[in-house]
Design a protein. Structure first.
Length: 104
């Protein structure tokens, strides 16, 4: 169901998640002039949390990262995590869903 699972404890912060963004054919997606945002959707609570990813240098390698904040890990749940890539305000692609498990 999920491509990857990340397990953290409630209140954990500063954990850097790194994502390799691929095109449908499996090749690297050039992130030049694009934005990347993370979306966390709680499976049990229905809570939706969003944040801005950092495009890693050089953007041609298709890598972005997100550092978890206290707001991301304040409620224990299993979150469906995905990265949304946009260009000029239009969605280009999303990653396969991953799981973020926030445990007590």
């Amino acid at each position: 169901m999920y491509s990857t699972a990340h397990v953290v404890k409630k209140g954990d912060t500063g954990i850097k998640l790194v994502f390799d963004i691929k095109q449908p054919d499996g090749s690297v997606l050039d992130l030049t002039n694009k934005t990347a945002n993370v979306e966390l959707r709680g499976i049990h609570t229905g809570t939706v949390k969003r944040g801005t990813c950092t495009i890693e240098y050089p953007p041609t390698k298709g890598e972005c990262s997100y550092v978890l904040t206290a707001l991301d890990t304040d409620v224990p749940d299993v979150y469906m995590l995905r990265v949304v890539i946009e260009s000029n305000g239009m969605q280009v692609t999303t990653t396969d869903p991953a799981a973020l498990i926030v445990a007590e």
